[in-house]
Design a binder for this molecule. Structure first.
Ligand code: PBG
Length: 341
């Protein structure tokens, strides 16, 4: 050879060499498994747009969590579909509702499992918005109702306290109201839960990737006169990354313990920016629409599902996510450990 060639391929020659120089790892304990809990017993309702995902009654949910734990999954996050919905989402702080009951059952029967809960009102309000509605104070007549930020804050605080009382290890507000991390921190501290951490959905984008989740959680905004038809008035514009950093900085200042970016793959630039600028643990939420896309291609035989989902999680980690919330958690853990459940 007349000219020198740099040869990075030398370190790719064998799997042993490749694994020696591998920069990023993916392990079951990096994953958080989202679960949907419904009233009743022996209930397993399949979610059509999320193959492999079910709405589960508490008994079934405990069995699933045990199976995932045996595969190495160390954390779940719970979403509740309550028996009763109303304008303010009052079931959200009812300690006999499905989420507090599921927390108590999990803490009793899968003691090593970290139980996180989603704190939001959209699953509990009859209109499907993440906060309470009121007439707008700006913009004149003919406007839609608006989600009242400051009326919603104490309700989120009550919901977080109900979850903490039931034994939640982590509460995760996903509503995107301004000031909610501070409100929840104060409510938890006053109620005697200074040690319950807050995983803030700090940069949550309003977009098209949450559709299947809203089927699973029965939380799509209801159609009706005056009801805002989407969440763009509180979730972030997908076009904005600098604003995401501002959202994150606010949550850090209010006392968040962990930061989440959501969705994951289309927003990995944001994950990386958050990781570089803040020193708190960063989570990426691989959301329902992202899951459904992989499932749909796999169902047609167009991709190798196991390899694609593991690569997806690994790349979330490479971008800077310390933890990844994914509907694939049990399957990924099983593939990584070889334990089958
Ligand atoms: C509740 C909430 C949503 C998700 C998590 N928490 C839905 C939404 O904002 O409409 C989405 C998760 C997913 O799509 O997997 N606010």
């Amino acid at each position: 050879m007349a000219f020198p060639v740099d040869r990075p391929r030398r370190l790719r020659r064998t799997e042993a060499l490749r694994s020696l120089v591998r920069e990023t790892t993916l392990a079951p304990d990096d994953l958080v498994w989202p679960l949907f809990v419904v009233p009743g017993a022996r209930v397993r309702n399949p979610v059509a747009s999320m193959p492999g995902v079910f709405q589960l009654s508490v008994d079934e949910l405990v069995a699933e969590a045990q199976a995932a734990f045996a595969c190495g999954v160390r954390a779940v996050i719970l979403f509740g579909i309550p028996a009763h919905k109303d304008a303010t989402g009052s079931s959200a702080w009812d300690e006999e509702e499905v989420v507090p009951r599921a927390i108590r059952a999990l803490k009793a029967q899968v003691p090593g499992l970290v139980v996180m809960t989603d704190v939001c009102l959209c699953e509990y309000t009859d209109h499907g918005h993440c906060g309470v509605l009121r007439p707008p104070t700006a913009g004149g007549p003919g406007q839609d109702l608006t989600v009242d930020n400051d009326l919603t804050l104490p309700l989120l605080g009550k919901e977080a306290v109900a979850h903490a009382r039931a034994g939640a290890d982590v509460v995760a507000p996903s509503d995107m109201m301004d000031g909610r991390v501070a409100a929840i921190r104060e409510a938890l501290d006053i109620a005697g839960f200074p040690d319950v951490p807050i995983l803030s959905y700090a940069a949550k984008f309003a977009g098209a990737f949450y559709g299947p989740f809203r089927d699973a959680a029965e939380s799509a905004p209801r159609e009706g006169a005056g009801i805002p038809k989407d969440r763009k008035g509180y979730q972030m514009d997908p076009a904005n990354a600098r604003e995401a950093l501002r959202e994150v900085a606010l949550d850090v200042g209010e006392g968040a313990d962990m930061l989440m970016v959501k969705p994951a793959v289309p927003y990995l630039d944001v994950v990386r920016m958050v990781k570089e600028r803040f020193d708190l643990p960063v989570a990426a939420y691989h959301v329902s629409g992202e899951y459904a896309m992989i499932k749909a291609a796999a169902a047609r035989g167009w991709i190798d599902e196991t390899r694609v989902m593991l690569e997806t999680m690994l790349c979330c980690r490479r971008a800077g996510a310390d933890l990844v919330l994914t509907y694939y958690a049990k399957e990924a853990a099983s593939a990584l450990t070889g334990v089958r459940r």
